[in-house]
Every structure is written in structure tokens, then in C-alpha cells.
Design a protein around this ligand. Structure first.
Ligand SMILES: Nc1ncnc2c1ncn2[C@@H]1O[C@H](COP(=O)(O)OP(=O)(O)OP(=O)(O)O)[C@@H](O)[C@H]1O
Ligand SMILES: Nc1nc2c(ncn2[C@@H]2O[C@H](COP(=O)(O)O)[C@@H](O)[C@H]2O)c(=O)[nH]1
Length: 205
């Protein structure tokens, strides 16, 4: 039977740079991760494409997916539903490929329960002032939604201890390198390299 892939979960407060870091990682030639496209009831932002950025659904459609157990996890975040289609994750992992989720904290904690063997990374802003600066500068949300996302961020940051790693996103390229190094180390630790070395050691003994 094929060895299952690694489930990598990148989470953190709104505006910290999860999407930016994820896109940078996926733009690099050596990336072998498979991005799980989420489902949301949020309206598309300018430039966002259905089936690439998200699968955009109505609330009724989303609730039907919950009802039919089509989601690995889901959360209502500042007025919209977000969720991870379970079939894609299961199929891709069973093909031995690594799956990359970019999700908020409530969802990540649900995935932790379903996949305790996953790799959970929390992306941290250099400061709360910088987080606010980033989300305001992005210019995609109204002032009241920004306020609510920043309020949520304060609660979310308190949960960082539930993650395996905390990575600071001070500079995009550095955050990407840190995440890629963590995944490589995790592969070595888990199954790829470690058993080979264990075998070599037992041969010496
Ligand atoms: N290291 C960085 N330094 C400066 N600006 C950054 C950095 N990383 C991301 N940004 C900027 O911060 C803003 C928010 O980034 P991004 O949309 O990737 O955040 P996010 O965590 O995915 O947000 P959300 O959870 O709301 O989708 C963007 O304008 C992005 O260009
Ligand atoms: N629990 C989940 N959270 C998700 C998922 N896809 C995205 N997200 C997170 O929602 C917030 C808001 O996203 P935005 O695109 O409206 O800015 C952000 O933290 C995303 O990471 C998901 O499938 N499940």
C-alpha cells in the first residue's frame, strides 16, 4: 500500500500573510505540495476566480455540504462560511502526495482532531500594529470587517500553542524558507530518512 502524504496546515490571523506566503511557496519550481481549494460563502474579491482561489457557494449550498458530510472542517469566520472539501484531501493523501491547507484557527483545531498526525504551522505577524497595517493596506475589507478580523486575531494568537511550529512572517521569502525547512525536517523525522538510518544503525550493531 502506498505511504500516505503529509497534511500541512498553515494557519494564523487574518492579514498575517498566509495567502502571500502560500502563493510564493507554490510559485517555486521545487514545490511538491498540493493546495486544497476551500469552499466559501464570501463574495469574490476583484481578480478572484471560482475554482482557483475558492469554490464560491451560496449559504444554502454550503449548508448542504455540511449536511452531506462533504467537509473535513468548516467554520463561520466574521460573517462567512469557509470549509475544506474532504474528498480532495483524502484522495490526494492516499496517493502519497502532501496536501497544503491554508485555513483559520477554528478550522485548524478541527483538523487537528481528525488528523493528529498532520503538521500544524501558525504564522505570526511581527506585531499587532503590523498586522493591522497589512490588512488595512490590502484594501479588500471594509473598516468594520477589518475591526472584527483584528478582534478575532487577538483570540487566535492565544491559541498558537496548539500548533507544532510558530513561524514569523517578517519577510515573505524568509517565512517561505522556514516553512519549507520545517516540512523537509518533518519528512525526515517521520518516515522517509529516519527508517533508513535506523536500519543502517542496526546493521552496525
Ligand atoms: N512579510 C510581509 N511583509 C509585508 N507585507 C506582507 C507580508 N506578507 C504579506 N504581506 C501583505 O499583507 C497583506 C495581507 O496578506 P495576505 O492576504 O496574504 O494575508 P492572509 O493571512 O492570507 O489574510 P486572510 O486570512 O485575510 O485571507 C497583503 O497586502 C500582503 O501583500
Ligand atoms: N476554517 C477554514 N478557514 C478558511 C478556509 N479557507 C480559508 N480560510 C480562512 O478564512 C479566513 C478569511 O479568508 P478570506 O479569504 O476571506 O480573507 C482566512 O484566515 C483564511 O485562511 C477553510 O477552508 N476553512
Amino acid at each position: 500500500m502506498k505511504e500516505r502524504g503529509l497534511l500541512i496546515v498553515l494557519s494564523g490571523p487574518s492579514g498575517v500573510g498566509k495567502g502571500t506566503v502560500r502563493k510564493e511557496i507554490f510559485s517555486q519550481d521545487d514545490t511538491k505540495f498540493h493546495y486544497s481549494i476551500s469552499v466559501t460563502t464570501r463574495k469574490p474579491r476583484t481578480g478572484e476566480v471560482d475554482g482557483i482561489d475558492y469554490f464560491f457557494k451560496s449559504r444554502e449550498e454550503f449548508e448542504e455540504m455540511i449536511e452531506n458530510e462533504k467537509l473535513l472542517e468548516w467554520a463561520e469566520f466574521v460573517g462567512n462560511y469557509y470549509g475544506t472539501p474532504v474528498d480532495y484531501v483524502e484522495k490526494t493523501l492516499s496517493e502519497g502526495k502532501d496536501v497544503f491547507l491554508e485555513i483559520e484557527v477554528q478550522g485548524a483545531l478541527q483538523v487537528r482532531k481528525a488528523f493528529p498526525e498532520g503538521l500544524f504551522i501558525f504564522l505570526m505577524p511581527p506585531s499587532l500594529d503590523e498586522l493591522k497595517n497589512r490588512i488595512v493596506t490590502r484594501g479588500t475589507e471594509s473598516a468594520d470587517i477589518i475591526e472584527n478580523r483584528l478582534l478575532a486575531a487577538k483570540e487566535e494568537i492565544l491559541l498558537m500553542d496548539a500548533y507544532d511550529y510558530v513561524v514569523e512572517n517578517d519577510q515573505v521569502n524568509l517565512a517561505c524558507d522556514r516553512i519549507k525547512a520545517i516540512v523537509t525536517a518533518e519528512h525526515c523525522r517521520r518516515e522517509r530518512v529516519a527508517p533508513r538510518y535506523k536500519k543502517k544503525i542496526s546493521e552496525v550493531e
